[in-house]
Write a new protein. Structure first.
Length: 125
């Protein structure tokens, strides 16, 4: 199995890791656990937003890796791009948690560009 596919697994775990600060709530009502996110503020609200965005980013990334694999994208390039994607997404979550909007937006854009590069790698590779 390629490194890029292992990166997909890591990308699948990132949303859960991003959510930890949002879940750290001593008054959790387990009968309706998602209701608390509507009233959260600060770090907890940003953590939940990073969690949600991580699911959104996962879709295009995972599809890009699969498309690149099926269509014979250059494996070394796809692996390298996938690793950089994971690093960028970890930095994105950190920036989101810190509340650094400008950097976060740049990292989001970089992640999207990396996913597009992986997707299109069979054409240029």
């Amino acid at each position: 199995m390629s490194i890029a596919f292992w990166c997909v697994l890591v990308a699948c775990v990132l949303p859960f890791l991003a959510a930890f600060p949002a879940k750290a709530d001593p008054e959790l009502d387990n009968r309706d656990p998602r209701a608390r996110h509507a009233v959260q503020t600060g770090l907890q609200r940003r953590a939940y937003a990073a969690h949600q965005n991580s699911w959104e980013a996962l879709l295009i990334f995972a599809i890009a890796v699969i498309v690149a694999d099926i269509n014979g994208g250059p494996q070394q390039a796809v692996n390298a791009l996938a690793i950089v994607f994971i690093v960028v997404r970890i930095a994105y979550i950190a920036a989101y948690l810190k509340g650094v909007g400008f950097i976060r937006s740049g990292l989001w854009s970089a992640g999207l560009i990396l996913s597009i590069a992986i997707f299109t790698s069979p054409v240029w590779g």
